[in-house]
Design a protein around this ligand. Structure first.
Ligand code: CAO
Length: 417
């Protein structure tokens, strides 16, 4: 048995943020019914295609373990089918542009009339306020949520990160809200509205930067590299390059082969407790008792000199050798792994975090499995559905329409061919 077995999700999501959420619920055993526009489907099916006329990796990697029904929610018969889905399902999830579901005739008030136990979960770019009506994509959320202004190097452009903290990050937040609402429904018997704004989700992930905004008003951020470089701080939290976010200074340092391999680097953290081991490893035992280097506070104005000496050592080793030498000494380091290396990493395959999936029109491809492991609810990664693959199955098995009625629904054009 899976954790969410028996829970039916009416999945109106598209692109990335919403599908990430419903994919997680599907991995935990929920029956996720993805509603797609007849003949069109989720726009990502056709985006960034690597093989002509085949569902893109963008789509297949975000829609595992779901069923697909083609349904026009703006057409009369389609609305009737949709009403039956609302009455049958436990959760409706959507990330349409603001107001789109209302325009389709399915406002929160209407949903509650149809099914008072329904949990209705939405992702929007912004919460209530001046930008509530805006359409929002990943990088807009990264910029509006505080991530871009604090990412990059001092004096250079604000920078977005490759981690999809606006889309996938908000999808995660929403999944947490849905499961919490399901838990509350056990006691209250009632559904409720769950909303997660992408700006809020990004800000939640940038919490330490709002921490630093309040600290900077009381004095310089001494653990930031610019402090040791005598670059004055402004009024807002600056970009911190590759400085570590915590109180233990860290940087990305060159490793053997960096001249030709763009990923031959390690992240190196000069954790206070490991300082003596670091001095021994890098051949600077005298720094253990040198008043300029012996304490974390003394080192702060000398981070460039300190990391320069550490890099003189890391550059003589590969990033994996650095890991092998430092780990037993409790010195926190991490190799910069390329996506190529991650795809080939056997330990990630063994845990199901990287999985190979077979698809009828695409063949085999790699995907990221469920990063959350439940001992009593293991996740099996199943391929994404073809457009409308389960239309008839859902009409008959989930909604109990007779064969005759299904023929009529098809004739109306509400569910595609
Ligand atoms: N039947 C009938 N109509 C359907 C339908 C269906 N099964 N599925 C979608 N539609 C309609 C919608 O009702 C909407 O119609 P109206 O504009 O007439 O109300 C229309 O399709 C387009 O929906 P949309 O506005 O959500 O899509 P878009 O491509 O214009 O915008 C996006 C995409 C992502 C910018 C917008 O949906 C959005 O801001 N979502 C919230 C924030 C979000 O999740 N962003 C992250 C996206 S991932 O990077």
């Amino acid at each position: 048995m899976k954790a969410l077995e028996g829970i039916k999700i009416l999945d109106f999501t598209h692109v990335q943020s919403g599908p990430t959420c419903t994919q997680l619920l599907a991995w935990f055993g929920a029956d996720v019914i993805k509603v797609e526009r007849p003949g069109v489907g989720d726009a990502t099916r056709g985006q960034l295609r690597d093989i002509p006329d085949v569902d893109s990796l963008y789509f297949t990697m975000l829609n595992h373990n779901k069923r697909s029904i083609e349904l026009n929610g703006k057409e009369e018969t389609g609305k009737t089918v949709l009403e039956r889905l609302v009455k049958t399902c436990d959760v409706l999830v959507e990330n349409f542009a603001p107001g789109a579901l209302d325009r389709m005739g399915f406002s929160w008030e209407r949903i509650q009339e149809l099914n008072p136990r329904m949990i209705m979960a939405s992702i929007k770019g912004f919460g209530p306020g001046p930008y509530a009506d805006c359409k929002v994509y990943e990088n807009v959320a990264q910029c509006a949520g505080g991530a871009a202004s604090t990412t990059g190097f001092v004096g250079e452009l604000p920078t977005v990160t490759g981690a999809q903290i606006g889309d996938s990050g908000t999808g995660l937040h929403l999944a947490f809200g849905i499961v919490t609402a399901l838990f509350q429904r056990e006691k209250s018997g009632k559904g409720q509205r769950v909303t997660a704004a992408m700006q809020d989700g990004v800000l939640n992930l940038c919490r330490v930067k709002l921490r630093d905004q309040q600290r900077i008003e009381r004095g310089p951020l001494t653990e930031y590299s610019q402090y040791g470089e005598d670059i004055p701080f402004g009024e807002a939290v600056p970009r911190a390059g590759n400085d570590s976010g915590g109180g233990q200074p860290g940087r990305i340092l060159k490793c053997k082969g960096w001249e030709t391999d763009p990923d031959s680097y390690t992240y190196f953290i000069t954790q206070a407790a490991a300082w003596k081991n670091i001095c021994d490893v890098i051949g600077k035992p005298e720094w253990k008792d040198d008043p300029d280097f012996a304490t974390p506070k003394a080192r702060l104005p000398r981070l460039n000199e300190m990391f320069g000496a550490i890099e003189d050592w890391t550059v003589t080793k590969t990033k994996f050798e650095v890991m092998e030498i430092c780990n037993p000494l409790n010195i926190p380091v991490g190799p910069i792994l390329s996506m190529k290396e991650i795809a080939a990493e056997q330990s990630l395959r063994d845990t199901g975090t990287v999985v190979e999936v077979d698809h009828p029109t695409r063949g085999k491809y790699l995907s990221v499995g469920n990063p959350v492991k439940l001992s009593d609810s293991p996740s099996e990664v199943l391929r994404s559905p073809l457009l409308g693959e389960h239309t008839d199955e859902i009409l008959s098995d989930v909604l109990n329409y007779s064969d005759e009625e299904i023929k009529e629904i098809h004739a109306s054009g509400a569910v595609g061919k």
